[in-house]
Design a protein around this ligand. Structure first.
Ligand SMILES: Nc1nc2c(ncn2[C@@H]2O[C@H](COP(=O)(O)OP(=O)(O)OP(=O)(O)O)[C@@H](O)[C@H]2O)c(=O)[nH]1
Ligand SMILES: [Mg+2]
Length: 185
């Protein structure tokens, strides 16, 4: 089945967004403390597609070897997973462009992986501030991308963006073809 990976800096709101999209509060475990999600967790939605919750990157208190383990584990998953349709990159809408997020987008671009941007926690500041930060992020990405990927503005608190993200996933699902095993003649 088609799957969509939700990824971003630790504490950006991945698990909260997943719960908001699935309309199930305790589905993915959330926490005020960064580093909550430690594994690749699959959640089956409508018996037809998967949301994938991943551990956050850039967790400042993780040891160097733990960070390296994370990189290997997640990069391998993203690079090799055939049913992965799109990487949903979560960016904190309150912040100016962060190097770690730009680097991660560049890595996805180098690997030729499809991704969209999701600007989270939009309830935390004015719409104007959110728009300014998005404009800056797009500008920073434009130095390495010819085309800027689609983006969404969300809030797990107010449910902003829920319909838009789900419609996007539904559209991609329509195009998903189940890989068929090759029959040897
Ligand atoms: N106000 C507000 N708070 C949010 C929103 N999304 C997440 N939070 C809060 O941000 C904190 C982190 O949320 P999580 O969903 O656990 O973040 P995560 O990205 O899954 O974190 P890790 O699993 O540690 O990488 C929690 O205290 C959430 O309540 C949002 O849209 N609005
Ligand atoms: Mg999490």
């Amino acid at each position: 089945m088609a799957e969509y990976a939700f990824i971003g800096r630790s504490n950006v709101g991945k698990s909260s967004l997943i719960n908001m999209l699935a309309a199930r509060k305790g589905l993915a475990k959330t926490s005020q403390t960064p580093g909550k999600t430690q594994l690749i967790n699959h959640f089956l939605i409508n018996d037809s597609w998967y949301i994938v919750d991943l551990p956050g990157y850039g967790y400042a208190r993780a040891s160097k070897s733990k960070k390296a383990d994370w990189d290997k584990f997640i990069h391998t998953y993203l690079d090799k997973r055939e049913s992965l349709q799109c990487v949903m990159v979560l960016i904190d809408s309150r912040l100016e462009p962060q190097k770690i997020d730009l680097e991660f987008c560049n890595w996805l671009g180098e690997k030729g992986l499809s991704f969209v941007l999701i600007f989270t926690k939009a309830d935390k500041q004015s719409g104007l501030k959110t728009d300014q930060n998005i404009a800056k992020f797009k500008k920073a990405l434009s130095t390495s991308f010819e085309e800027i990927p689609a983006y969404f503005i969300t809030s797990a608190e107010t449910q902003t963006g829920r319909e838009n993200v789900l419609s996007f996933i539904e559209e991609v699902n329509q195009q998903f073809e189940i890989p068929r095993p090759t029959v040897l003649s």
